[in-house]
Ligand binder design. Structure first.
Ligand SMILES: C[S@@+](CC[C@H](N)C(=O)[O-])C[C@H]1O[C@@H](n2cnc3c(N)ncnc32)[C@H](O)[C@@H]1O
Length: 217
């Protein structure tokens, strides 16, 4: 038997006004590869650029952009159905926020050593051995991130899933990352935190959140 999770159903279900939402969104970048190496022109400043891979409905990236106006944020989301929901929820453009509808597998076509921080929030866990390369912290993706990171590389990750968390720590360590911080209970750690949509749901259920900050010179 094949079960769909509610997040899968949301990804698959079409919004009636999806095309219109995507077409009219002023902060959705529709041809991102045209800006490879030129993202500072898009934002018209030299502020650092942070990306969230798998931004979902955008709660985190939108709040971060409001909180840190001197940082440029770009949200990446694979599914247009999900992105359209983010646009519906956050219709107002912010100067320091752009979003892109793409699979992170192709980030190397879009950025050239321009990114300072990658956020991975509640990434899909891909628990099966045969699909482990799809994890956003697998060697496949860490190699892609090498192409887009500026100099020092910083990955901030949060997840409810201990299996994904453990495998990410192993994979990041093997790839030469060191850890500035590892917590198995982010909400009790006193660390500053901006909640994601999934995180709010997990908190309501009393689920502990794992968090790490990894860096590589
Ligand atoms: C479990 S949801 C978490 C959403 C949000 N980060 C949060 O915490 O509320 C994972 C999101 O990552 C997106 N995603 C998964 N793999 C991706 C990839 N390779 N590239 C871009 N987005 C991806 C999914 O479509 C989904 O919206």
């Amino acid at each position: 038997m094949f079960y769909l999770e509610s997040s899968d159903i949301m990804r698959l279900r079409n919004l009636k006004d999806k095309e219109e939402l995507l077409e009219n969104c002023s902060y959705l970048i529709k041809n991102p590869s045209e800006y490879k190496g030129l993202w500072k022109n898009v934002f018209q400043n030299n502020h650092p650029i942070h990306i969230e891979i798998g931004m979902g409905k955008g709660d985190f990236i939108y709040e971060m952009a409001k909180k840190y106006p001197d940082v440029n944020f770009i949200g990446i989301e694979k599914y247009s159905n999900v992105l359209a929901r983010a646009i519906k929820k956050y219709p107002l453009a912010l100067d320091n926020l752009k979003i892109i509808n793409m699979d992170a597998l192709y980030l190397g076509d879009v950025f050239d050593k321009e990114i300072e921080v990658i956020y991975l929030n509640f990434s899909d866990p891909w628990p099966k051995e045969r699909t482990k390369e799809r994890r956003l912290t697998s060697e496949v993706f860490l190699n892609i991130y090498e192409q887009i990171f500026k100099s020092e590389k910083r990955i901030f990750m949060k997840t409810d899933n201990l299996g994904l968390f453990a495998s990410s720590i192993v994979s990041l360590s093997k790839f030469g990352y060191e850890f500035l911080c590892v917590s198995f209970d982010l909400h009790q750690s006193g660390l500053p935190n901006v909640y994601t949509e999934y995180e709010k749901k997990f908190q309501a259920q009393g689920v502990k959140i794992n968090y790490l900050e990894a860096f590589k010179k």
